[in-house]
Design a protein. Structure first.
Length: 377
């Protein structure tokens, strides 16, 4: 290759020094700048390095150095740093019309025999309907990503009814309860429950080691179920969890008795919960004598979340945290579940982890306007 001589002016050296020492630039651009600085033979350079030394220090080939020098001499500093622009012209296959067709397809019912659309299905269907002569599934993916669509994914959700007065009435009662200021004599407590399967390993898991993840066998053995009751006071950051072998009315009633015992100082406890069939005042009379049941019932004021609106119960947030931090694994005995839950409860209570609830009635009337019945003036 013809030998090229790099001669930098003082301004060019200053620019390359700044580029290679600070700022955000592509790695190849910085490397090219270092090559030019090392190859400089101008009067502002005290000592010139030879190509062999530059190649060894910068860990590049001799040909790379020669190419950078050639671009500098023939095309200037800018082209030496960034390289020649590509002369290849790419035609855009997914224009506005095709994007609209792909979006409409992805939001439609999938073909018979398929649960949902996939990228390949969408690409094949677009060709079949003559929207385009040919298209790759990668082009389809980029188009859907641009429009924030993932038709191959579905999220399970409890869909509330449309225009339901009972739903919004109970929802606003719960939201009004949450905006009450803290009062130790009238605490607001949220309660919920969830089943937990007891599962045993059939084969001993392989622990993790350097270069290998932990391995668990897909096969397992069911050992029954248990039920987890949880109650939390969001404004204080305290919660209590109890694990029972069943979820009968008696279990719920005895858990309420524990809550009442914890809040002996309170004159009345506002309890937010869902409409489960066991969460009724009559359950107290089935578990205790009438006099004791009435005294316990007088300690509480029940506030029910609407049907299909259990997301309004802040105890669900605590249950999700409990599941993610403690119970998202295989546990085969109720004794171990109780032990693990007790340790989690103690640690989380020590953190005083509160819940900052920001959803208010005013926001509900805007964001959930479609749930409110329309009233003609």
């Amino acid at each position: 290759m013809k030998k090229y001589k790099v001669t930098l002016t003082e301004e060019e050296r200053q620019e390359l020094d700044a580029l290679s020492s600070k700022g955000k630039h592509a790695a190849q651009t910085v490397l090219n700048a270092l090559i030019l600085l090392a190859c400089d033979e101008g009067k502002f350079q005290k000592e010139r390095s030879i190509n062999e030394d530059i190649a060894r220090v910068l860990n590049v080939s001799m040909k790379t150095i020669d190419r950078v020098k050639k671009r500098f001499v023939e095309e200037g500093l800018s082209m030496a740093l960034t390289g020649k622009p590509s002369t290849r012209v790419y035609s855009r296959k997914a224009d506005g019309d095709l994007e609209a067709h792909l979006v409409a397809l992805s939001c439609s019912e999938p073909p018979e025999g398929h649960l949902r659309w996939t990228l390949r299905l969408l690409a094949d269907k677009a060709v079949e309907l003559n929207y385009v002569e040919n298209i790759s599934y990668e082009t389809v993916r980029r188009t859907l990503k641009k429009n924030v669509l993932k038709p191959w994914k579905q999220v399970g959700w409890v869909i509330p009814p449309q225009h339901d007065g009972n739903f919004v009435a109970h929802m606003e009662m719960v939201l009004d309860t949450y905006k009450q200021p803290y009062d130790p004599l009238y605490p607001v407590v949220c309660m919920d429950e969830s089943p937990k399967q007891l599962i045993a390993e059939t084969r001993i898991p392989v622990p993790a080691r350097p270069g290998q993840l932990a391995r668990y066998d897909y096969e397992y053995s069911r050992k029954g179920t248990c039920n987890i009751f949880i109650a939390n006071e969001p404004l204080v950051g305290k919660r209590m969890v109890r694990v029972t072998s069943s979820r009968k009315k008696d279990d719920w009633a005895r858990f309420l008795a524990e809550i009442a015992g914890k809040y002996k100082h309170a004159e009345r406890i506002t309890l937010v919960m869902d409409n489960l069939n066991t969460h009724q005042p009559g359950s107290l009379y089935q578990a205790f004598k009438a006099q004791e049941a009435k005294a316990l019932l007088d300690r509480f004021e029940f506030v029910y979340t609407p049907k299909h609106g259990s997301w309004l119960n802040m105890a669900e947030i605590e249950l999700r945290v409990l599941s993610g931090q403690c119970l998202n694994r295989r546990i085969d005995t109720i004794t171990e579940v109780r032990s693990e839950v007790m340790a989690w409860e103690k640690e989380r209570n020590n953190l005083n982890a509160i819940i900052n609830w920001r959803f208010t009635t005013d926001k509900a009337r805007i964001k959930l306007k479609h749930l409110y019945p329309s009233v003609d003036a």
